[in-house]
Design a protein around this ligand. Structure first.
Ligand SMILES: [Zn+2]
Ligand SMILES: [Zn+2]
Length: 163
């Protein structure tokens, strides 16, 4: 038997009115609300951390990269362990606080907030953060290498003038 549009619509409405369906909807709604609350707290905590280290290390009132100064949007920023990974896992101050370099994302945010923004972190943009972590870069962003090369070139230029 072919159902008419009207028939299938009324069947659907009937289903939407069942207690099971209502309960399902309520649970879903509560979950969403719960998730939204958690997300709001996460965003607020992240901003708090970005602001704290930018002020402390870069002396900036707005969150920014401690290397290149990127500050156009917090999405471009990341929380960076100043020391290298192997080093940071053996820092006594952080070990005392139960720190591990395995802490990432939300767990890292929660840990930093819980421990009142301890020393050992800085804010970098994703570019500088990745460049710093590249093998062979010695835990230093490429910007610094470029800057050093430019300084050397300028010094060489000047000394050849003086000769
Ligand atoms: Zn940067
Ligand atoms: Zn950089």
């Amino acid at each position: 038997m072919v159902q008419t549009d009207k028939e299938s619509k009324s069947k659907q409405n009937e289903y939407l009115q069942t207690p099971e369906r209502k309960l399902q909807e309520k649970t879903l709604y509560q979950n969403l609300e719960y998730k939204t609350d958690k997300h709001v707290i996460y965003v607020a905590n992240r901003l708090k951390i970005l602001s704290h280290y930018s002020k402390q290390i870069s002396n900036s009132n707005i969150p920014c990269c401690n290397c290149c100064g990127e500050s156009s949007h917090v999405d471009f920023l990341a929380i960076d362990h100043v020391a290298g990974k192997s080093q940071i896992d053996s820092e006594p101050e952080l070990i005392k606080l139960d720190y591990s370099s395995k802490l990432k994302g939300k767990r890292l945010i929660d840990w930093i907030i819980k421990n009142n923004c301890p020393d050992g972190f800085q804010i970098l943009c994703h570019n500088c953060n990745v460049a710093k972590g590249l093998i062979g870069n010695n835990n230093t962003c490429t910007h610094e290498t470029i800057h050093q090369e430019e300084t050397f070139a300028r010094m060489e230029e000047q000394s050849s003038f003086e000769l």
